[in-house]
Design a protein around this ligand. Structure first.
Ligand code: NAD
Length: 335
């Protein structure tokens, strides 16, 4: 089957090419992000392979359907960037990689918390310049702190275990209690109670209409003064202007982000010679207590290998049977 891979980076090529070789599918890599305008690049393909910031909205899907594309294979877990109603109407199957390495994302969450708390990024630069002063590098013990984990699916449950390993008390909020978390003594509480009790709020829920801007001015007002918020889920779970106000007032003591609401215009590209047009993002960068990585939590060798294998397994199953292994559909979401 011919598959056009959008938003293809050198590492995507390497891992997907390796996974495709034994199966004999024809992968064509394009650097462009998928939009209604760039969809034409899929001419002649039966499937497209997309990532988190490709725009699989109704307009793009209609163009793809017109070209004869029958499968959108996401090489990620989240599918908030796909209009599933439009896909169903157009007869396009959608597949995703439900799990590749929850450890990668959970471990990056801890990396952000540790680096931000102990100011490792600032210390690294200071020491290289011969500045061994400690002013401004004061952190806090993780041991004994209360961590509120929002979303205890695959990633949240592992992150919760890592926080427990540091001696934190973990409380959680989810619509469903994860038996593994309950067995490890994690108490499920309401969202309001979690915000009120947590020293660190760690977000691991998907982006849905219910979670969009979950961290807004009201939620921040309920949190402890000086709270640390860490988001490795999806950017729009946070209302960024409200968080800016929380940082300015000191109510938010530390903020670590791997995802950003408007990241589609920024992340995964080298923009070091470009004028940054996003004033909200630019303001975030001015705070000494904000640490941002550019959606790299998933970026481990193990995760990329698993993503490539599952993506090709989805494509191969679709080529052979007309159904991908891990389908996403409006019906499945409603279940
Ligand atoms: P998952 O589906 O295993 O777990 C998500 C959990 O969130 C589920 O337990 C679900 O019940 C819960 N949830 C849903 N709505 C909720 C709500 N309103 N309030 C509280 N909990 C809610 O997913 P996962 O594999 O653990 O991934 C979690 C999210 O992490 C993904 O949806 C994705 O957005 C994000 N992610 C980010 C990266 C990255 O590189 N930064 C990589 C992979 C995934």
């Amino acid at each position: 089957m011919k598959v056009v891979v959008f938003s293809a980076k050198p590492y995507d090529r390497a891992f997907l090419h390796e996974a495709a070789r034994p199966l004999g599918h024809d992968l064509v890599f394009v650097e462009a992000t998928l939009t209604a305008d760039s969809a034409v690049l899929a001419d002649g393909a039966q499937a497209v392979c997309v990532f988190v910031n490709d725009h699989c909205d109704a307009a793009a899907l209609e163009r793809l359907a017109g070209l004869g594309v029958k499968l959108v294979a996401l090489r990620c877990a989240g599918f908030n960037n796909v209009d599933l109603q439009a896909a169903r109407r157009l007869g396009i199957a959608v597949a995703r990689v439900p799990a590749y390495s929850p450890h990668a994302v959970a471990e990056h969450t801890l990396a952000l918390v540790l680096a931000l708390n102990r100011k490792i990024h600032r210390a690294y630069n200071r020491v290289r310049e011969g500045n061994f002063a400690l002013d401004g590098l004061l952190g806090f013990d993780l041991h004994g702190k209360t961590v509120g984990v929002v979303g205890t699916g695959q990633i949240g449950a592992i992150a919760a275990g890592l926080f427990q390993g540091f001696g934190c008390t973990v409380i959680a909020h989810d619509m469903y209690e994860n038996p593994d978390c309950v067995a490890r003594g994690i108490a499920y509480v309401s969202r309001e109670e979690l915000f009120a009790r947590a020293d660190i709020v760690s977000l691991h829920c998907p982006l849905t209409p219910q979670t969009r801007h979950m961290i807004d001015a009201d939620a921040i007002a309920r949190m402890k003064r000086g709270v640390m918020i860490v988001n490795t889920s999806r950017g729009a779970v946070i209302d960024t202007p409200a968080v800016l106000e929380g940082l300015k007032s000191g109510r938010i003591g530390n903020l670590a982000l791997d995802v950003y609401e408007e990241e589609g215009d920024l992340f995964f590209e080298d923009l070091s010679n470009t004028i940054l047009g996003d004033d909200v993002f630019a303001r975030l960068l001015t705070f000494p207590n904000v640490l941002i990585t550019g959606h790299q939590a998933f970026f481990t060798k193990e995760a990329l290998g698993n993503i490539a294998d599952t993506t090709l397994a989805n494509i191969d199953a679709f080529a052979k049977s007309g159904a991908p292994l891990h389908a996403v559909s409006v019906e499945k979401i409603a279940e």
